[in-house]
Write a new protein. Sequence first.
Length: 376
Amino acid sequence: MPIFNPYLTLIYQWIPAMRLINLLDNCGQLVSMLSKASSSVNRIAENFFRSKRKIIGSKERKIVSQIAFDTIRNFLLIEKIIADINLNSKISHPKLFQNSPKYSLYVLVQLVFYFEYTDSFQFYYRDAILYKNGDMVFSIWESLEADIRTINGTDDILKYLKSDFVISTKKTFDMIDDLFVRYSYPKEFINILSSYIDCLSVDLVDLLKGMNCPAKLCVRANTSIMSVEELIKELRMCNISCKVSSFVPSCVHIDERQQLTNLDLYKKGYFTIQDEGSQLVGYCISPNPTDTILDVCAGAGGKSLHLADMQNNKGLILSSDISHNKLLELHSRARLSGFNSITTKMINIEKSDSKTRLKNPTEFDIVLVDAPCSGS
């Protein structure tokens, strides 16, 4: 049975890198690199796409990165599925999985996941999966699904995804061993969460599910310049669908993934891109206007900027990090937002005795340590 359908010629001419074989190959190579990452996974992905810029365009990049990161999120479960159904012996197409066979097979399983759970994939990347030609609209994802179904073994994957182990209600998960495989978390991490779960007033499985989903695209209104209501109005005038967060007063949810840094609103410092959970930290701290604050692991300074905004630029914030480049980015972001209350200090971990001491010892009203910045 042929892998490709003839009527999809126009689509494949438009996105040659998205042919199924190339998609599996490129995603598999990226997953292989991410699974062995010893540095920033975002930087690894950026370098990968830079090396592939001649064959992977901007829209294809969105699809490849989404699939690769989702594969990493489901890594342990995918590994179990491949082993349980002996998937390696069922793949017969000679051209599949050439450069990174192990991880391309993982990607194939993740693609089958999307047959059952395509809503999140299409919600975040619907602009990348539709091809318009006059009045005709083709779904690239539907074409990929049709192609994948021609591969031996995919029906077995679908059956497994409908098994009790995958779709069971949370009441049936009694063992940490089941949870760490089903939701692909280190067993030690789940043990830690389970020990605190009563204090968190949330179900453990709900928490694991939530953390395993792609984060929503969120921005924070720079309320020193513009209110949340005004920002939402301005964004909608730019044809950007958005709404205010139910939990964080300064947070605005953007309904579709898109490039926001090209907007004049961003260039004028009216908002900054920041995760909702990261914004929540500022409200937990709730600084007084004149507090002196030490942000120990500031990174590019999202929380420092938020605290400066909450203080109306009247306090003193010392932001430190081990990355010189991140602190340079913080300087740029602070200028963009109009804040001069932030100063930076680089931490040299190799010479901590001499380099991390402040020349003028300072008493801080607040010390913020957000480590290891895992998003958890």
